[in-house]
Design a protein around this ligand. Sequence first.
Ligand code: NDP
Length: 281
Amino acid sequence: MAQLLTGKEVSAALKEKMAVQVQDLTAAGKTPTLAILRVGERPDDLSYERSAMKVAAGLGIEARQFVLPADASQDDIAAAIDQINVDDSIHGCLMFRPLPKGIDETALCNRLAVEKDMDGIGLPALAAIFAGTGQGYAPCTAQACVEMCDYYQVPLQGKHVVVVGRSLVIGKPVSMLFLQKNATVTICHSRSENLSEITRQADIVVLATGRAKAYGAEYFSAGQTVLDVGINVDAEGNLCGDVDFDAVEPLVAAITPVPRGVGSVTTALLMQHVVQAAEQA
Ligand code: NDP
């Protein structure tokens, strides 16, 4: 049976550390403050917003909502971002995506000041991750993969990490974060040939493709750590990862479940970024 790498303990450890930092900041008159920028009323956004507000409140972090109607224009959203950028009492911003159709999302992501970009959505933050300068915040889900390994003491230095997926949200940044940890990283994607041969050679496999239960036992080998980033809905309507958990779990050394795995560390990391931004402001 594989060790189950659940996110709850990782989040709890992060929050415990943060509580002290928030106390110190608040005592110094600098309450860490997060702006949440939402356009429209997408159920996924609303649900994440509710949970982020709850986590923030529990930590003593102030969360300020900036809500625009679904038909907001490019200029309206840009104006909200500008307002957040110049407000010294706001330390970081979470902007929900995707933005409505017809909006130039890339331009707006890049408009957010890098020091307030809490989820690494702008090119300046991504450039910092790729350059290894440490001047921007990594996308929270990508960082959650590394935090999982750190918390559960999965060795990374010199190990072979195979990442399946090459998006700017997860695949590419997570590859750079593992590289910074001195892992040897292979990035695979939809055109990769002999994928199962490559993944079977890894010490750690990261799946971030958005394909429900698509990766069965033939993709894995004994002793591996599997980090399943996918959040999908299976044929029965249940939440599931990219990995066929029931088939793979008996084979590997350690695996993250979905839900309760990598995704459940994301909000704690968002808050950690806000606290770091407040410390640096
Ligand atoms: P994208 O759709 O942007 O990227 C998917 C990647 O998977 C692409 O690089 C694609 O390759 C690759 N891919 C698709 N099919 C295959 C295949 N058959 N074999 C190998 N690679 C393949 O998705 P995201 O990166 O945004 O998200 C990935 C998953 O992570 C989703 O399930 C999403 O819901 C989840 N997620 C979870 C979060 C959380 O936990 N909080 C946050 C964000 C996302 P190519 O580039 O060649 O097309």
